[in-house]
Write a protein that binds this ligand. Structure first.
Ligand code: FAD
Length: 451
């Protein structure tokens, strides 16, 4: 009756995973993509960001190596080398996505898809029909309409700048803003972060925000509680930024990292009964079904948790529900996450604030603030901070947070334990690996506070 069992719009993290899994269950699947295979994560998100973060960390590694006996290092950074090698790697990954879909038997249709009705999609003038349509179109950077905003760049453009910015202003206080601040400071830019709040990373545990903020200020000039009024271009190409608070500063590049909006414009959703949440994200139920029963949505476009592994999990769940009689729902608790800032942040579970309101019988807090063994010799003034939150009534660990090198790598394993119901007593009986930073989490004995 229809050309396909499932038509997926968007070959990003969620769309590709749903398409592959559905095809694996025997469904006839097509996927449309109008920009780049692999979506945001592969092309302008997680992957290039992490590669640039590695590049930035070499700066500190070179410096730190001196007191370990290395000399004669006068490294110079070349932006074009990093940018062009990154491009090559991303092209390789784009090709892999093409192949994966082809091998899975998914029909790849290159072009912009517009929904024409509950079962209809048009791509480049050609109509297709499907029993189910999945909207997995992701998000898009949001830039406020200040005067001269068109002179600013977003995360979509920043990786491919024609030349390296000696002076960069990053606007925003979320994880993407602080990651780019770490990257550009590490690569050698004079980096300034402007944020309208008083401390970056709203929503993270307050101690983590504070510990990270004091580390970041060692590398980045921070202008908190500031708002940009205008950007104007000088004759030499530099950008003059006027702040509402009255002063002006000149930069070579202004990067806006002020949030992302669901990518739904021009998608033809007005031809359906699909409804929206207040922030413009698509409203779905537990099974990712929209108000139009044949249309589903997942990933960043539904505005729940904008992370690649979450979009992947949602995609798998939907494919199972539609084509393998799966009935499970997505569990959004204990999603571990990392901020690849300098230094890294790793976190899983509740912040202290959330835990206090969730557990009326009280919580126990354990903290450790110490100098990484490496820096006893390198001489670097960098602290590592670890925080553990325990529910007093049943001894369950409900939050683990860390600021320090490799925090993401460390927290991933502890997240598995938390999902298995980890208690503080079990942490206490676990033998540490010495000497590591992670062992600190199994040797926290002194309670910092109770509540
Ligand atoms: P996307 O991956 O955005 O894919 C949507 C796709 O749909 C795109 O390819 C788009 O071109 C296509 N599309 C849109 N409209 C149409 C249309 N009408 N027709 C055809 N195709 C269309 N997450 C992490 O987990 N870890 C990280 O370290 C991390 N870092 C990030 C860094 C940055 C700078 C950014 C911006 C994001 C980062 N993320 C990270 C978030 C992650 O990239 C997203 O959560 C993830 O990509 C969402 O997947 P998705 O499938 O919902 O959408």
């Amino acid at each position: 009756m229809y050309d396909y069992d499932l038509f997926v719009i968007g070959a990003g993290s969620g769309g590709v995973r749903a398409a592959r899994m559905a095809a694996g269950f025997g469904a006839r699947v097509a996927i449309a993509e109008d920009r780049y295979m692999g979506g945001t994560c592969v092309n302008v998100g997680c992957i290039p960001k992490k590669l640039y973060s590695y590049a930035a960390h070499y700066h500190y590694d070179f410096e730190d190596s001196r007191r370990f006996g290395w000399s004669g290092l006068e490294p110079a950074f070349n932006w074009a080398t990093l940018r062009d090698n990154k491009k090559q790697e991303i092209s390789r990954l784009n090709g892999i996505y093409d192949k994966i879909l082809d091998k899975a038997g998914v029909q790849l249709i290159k072009g912009r898809a517009v929904i024409s009705g509950p079962h209809g999609v048009v791509v480049e003038g050609k109509s297709h029909s499907a029993a189910h349509i999945l909207v997995a179109t992701g998000g898009w950077p949001f830039v406020p309409a200040i005067r001269g905003h068109e002179l600013a760049v977003t995360s979509n453009e920043i990786f491919d700048l024609a030349s390296f910015p000696e002076r960069i202003l990053i606007v925003g206080g979320g994880y993407i803003a602080v990651e780019f601040a770490g990257i550009f400071a590490g690569l050698g830019s004079h980096t300034t972060l402007s944020y309208r709040g008083d401390t970056p990373l709203k929503g993270f545990d307050a101690d983590i925000r504070q510990a990270f903020f004091s580390e970041m200020q060692k590398h980045v000039k921070t202008l908190m509680a500031t708002n940009i009024e205008s950007i104007t271009k000088g004759a030499d190409g530099s950008l003059r930024v006027g702040f509402e608070e009255g002063h002006q500063e000149v930069f070579d590049c202004v990067l806006y990292a002020t949030g992302r909006k669901p990518n739904t414009a021009g998608l033809g959703l007005e031809n359906t009964k699909v409804s929206f949440n207040a922030n413009g994200s698509i409203k779905v139920g537990d099974g990712f079904q929209t108000a139009e029963p044949s249309i589903y949505a997942l990933g960043d476009v539904i505005g729940r948790v904008a992370l690649t592994p979450v979009a992947l999990a949602e995609g798998m769940l939907l494919a199972r529900r539609l084509f393998a009689a799966g009935a499970g729902t997505m569990n959004y608790d204990n999603i571990p996450t990392a901020v690849f800032s300098h230094p890294n942040i790793g976190t899983v579970g509740l912040s202290e604030e959330q835990a206090r309101s969730r557990f009326p019988d009280g919580i126990r807090i354990f903290k450790s603030d110490f100098r990484h063994l490496r820096h006893t010799l390198s001489g670097r003034d960098e602290r590592t901070f670890i925080k553990l939150i325990v529910n007093k009534s049943d001894d369950r660990v409900v939050g683990i947070h860390m600021v320090g090198a490799d925090a993401g790598e460390i927290i991933q394993g502890f997240a598995v334990a938390m999902n298995c119901g980890l208690t503080k007593a079990q942490l206490d009986t676990t033998i540490g690996i010495h000497p590591t930073v992670a062992e600190e989490l199994v040797t926290l004995r002194e309670e910092s506070s109770q509540g």
